[in-house]
Design a protein around this ligand. Structure first.
Ligand SMILES: [Fe+2]
Length: 411
């Protein structure tokens, strides 16, 4: 699709990007309108980096997993013979078949989208006509095609996406020449240095289909305002609130020009705070953290698709992507230092750790569904922000910069 203009006037969004004390919400249609979603996808998700997972999910050459980006683009994430990670389209260049789709499926699944899969392989063979591609996407086999005049096998390959790794996360981009990601997160590398995130191992990511706009979820993840209220029955934030100057009651550092990181580090009010109703972490502290780190948490949004919460025993990560205006898909995983995963009680503690986080989501998800529905009401406001809503004004500021650029290109 070529450049398009925003169907919602940019002037209506500008009040959302003001300093938090003056800001209001984005226009409700930014959360519900299909035309605006098409514009936003082009302005933000087709130009920036999308997180697909962790490099530790593909440790050896030939290891791969699949993912569907933006609801429509199936890709393969694979480590090649040289040890580099490729992200490439899994659309066969013969008949547009998804080459990782199963050749046979139970009858009750015939009409479902191809399932995601993972494994280890020497090459990828399309189940339809057996066109075969190597780990770099080069076509290495195409039955009968040598008989076609002018057919040059070496001219055909699976489309490759730009890729970059940051802190062990794998990102890809549909842009042909995207601005490198790492240099735009420098301030956060410093903030996260003691966690040694690049050396951590991830749990198998869980798929979280979410029936609401991707911004609803990102805003909820980073929202300090609701934690003390919606989650009051789970968790006593009183301590944190009174002693906290930065994360819960304050603001994140101002958005640097060109940065793709929004977030900050803040004191929790007590040491080794865990995200479960005991309020204490369940695993041993990350050995590289210093005393001060253990009194803090770091929340970071790597715009537009990765959310991170770093605690003193582990790191929670959630890669989020839109599927349509009113739907998104999350991939949720937890990172631990490798020695932690070797503890005898690791599996049992992990169960409890996940359940602790789920108790929060049991409250967040119904609220997200209800506010997504509310955004479709004729009475939906561009409501005023609280001082603790600082993430939303920074997100709007970040988005508006992209919306402006795309809208100008479409003019
Ligand atoms: Fe929440």
């Amino acid at each position: 699709m070529g450049p398009i203009r925003s169907p919602i006037p940019l002037e209506e969004m500008e009040p959302a990007a003001r300093p938090v004390s003056e800001a209001v919400g984005l226009p409700p249609a930014c959360y519900t309108d299909a035309g605006f979603y098409a514009f936003e996808k082009a302005a933000v998700f087709d130009t920036e980096w999308l997180c697909v997972g962790r490099s530790s999910q593909v440790p050896e050459p030939g290891d791969y997993f699949t993912a569907t980006l933006l609801g429509t683009e199936p890709v393969i994430v694979v480590r090649n013979r040289d040890g580099r990670i490729n992200v490439m389209s899994s659309i066969c260049q013969h008949r547009a078949m998804c080459i990782t789709a199963p050749a046979e499926r139970p009858k009750d699944e015939w009409f479902d989208p191809p399932p995601e899969c993972s494994g280890s392989t020497r090459n990828f063979r399309c189940p339809y006509h057996w066109w075969t591609y190597d780990l770099d996407g080069r076509l290495i086999g195409a039955p009968e095609m040598h008989q076609r005049p002018g057919f040059v096998r070496s001219e055909i390959s699976l489309p490759q996406l730009a890729t970059e790794e940051w802190q062990g996360f794998v990102f890809c981009s549909f842009a042909t020449d995207p601005l490198p990601l790492g240099p735009r997160l420098g301030a956060f590398d410093e903030m996260l240095a003691n966690y040694c995130i690049d050396e951590m191992v991830t749990t198998e990511p869980e798929m979280l289909p979410m029936p609401f706009n991707w911004k609803v979820f990102a805003e909820n993840f980073m929202d300090a305002y609701h934690s003390l209220r919606l989650h009051a029955s789970l968790y006593d934030f009183t301590e944190a609130d009174t002693s906290n100057e930065t994360l819960l009651a304050g603001t994140f550092p101002p958005l640097e020009p060109g940065s793709i990181g929004i977030g900050g580090r803040g004191r929790t009010g007590f040491k080794d705070r865990g995200m479960n109703p005991t309020q204490a972490t369940l695993f041993p502290p990350i050995p590289t953290l210093d005393e001060d780190d253990r009194w803090n948490v770091v929340y970071l949004y790597v715009a537009p698709s990765l959310l991170i919460g770093a605690y003193s025993d582990s790191v929670k990560w959630l890669a989020v992507q839109p599927v349509s205006a009113g739907e998104s898909l999350g991939r949720l995983g937890y990172l631990f230092p490798e020695p932690t995963t070797k503890l005898k009680l690791f599996d049992q503690l992990l169960e409890q750790h996940k359940r602790g986080v789920e108790l929060f989501y049991d409250q967040d998800m119904p609220v997200a569904v209800a506010s997504q529905r509310g955004m479709g009401s004729r009475f939906a406001p561009q409501g005023p922000l609280s001082g603790q809503d600082f993430f939303r004004s920074q997100l709007a500021e970040w988005l508006l910069e992209r919306y402006r650029a795309a809208d100008a290109a479409g003019a």
